[in-house]
Design a protein around this ligand. Sequence first.
Ligand code: ADP
Ligand code: MG
Length: 159
Amino acid sequence: MLKKMCPLQLTLAIIKPHAVKNLISLIKIKEIIVTSKFEVVRSKRKIISLGEAELFYSEHKNKFFYNRLITSMTSGPCDISILAKDNAIKDWRVIMGPTKVFKAQFEAPDSIRGQFGLSDTRNATHGSDSEESAKREIKIFFPDFDIEKWYQEHNIDNR
Ligand code: ADP
Ligand code: MG
């Protein structure tokens, strides 16, 4: 079978606790996901455990914001989703906007973080930054989801 011209890609998106808690933010962010043409492949609401948060953010272990990041991410339920779209990883990060909220508000006021971020830590959403990260992050929160099988079923050569 011919490969698709714009193959679908998977990414892991998280709506962080403060944004789940605020119904307006939650509804608006979900609306943005749909209107931006992402397919929600899997989704769950859960309180991330301390162990999962530490594993998920292990690359930031030595950063000054690590403790507040882990505290914030485990402070209440998150909405965690696998999203599919062509260029899902890059597109989701563009839609989220810059990591730092003042920068997001100034440079990308219509982005998710520009609209719904409260601080550099509580910046509304997470998105994987590479295919490798997406695979690692999906495995943490959706251990039963077979990524390779999904790519095969969608006729995508994911190498
Ligand atoms: P991103 O989420 O955009 O990939 P990073 O991977 O650099 O950003 O950081 C992970 C998370 O750590 C950010 O989403 C944010 O919640 C938090 N964070 C990053 N930088 C800072 C900072 N300077 N101060 C406080 N929290 C931060
Ligand atoms: Mg990151």
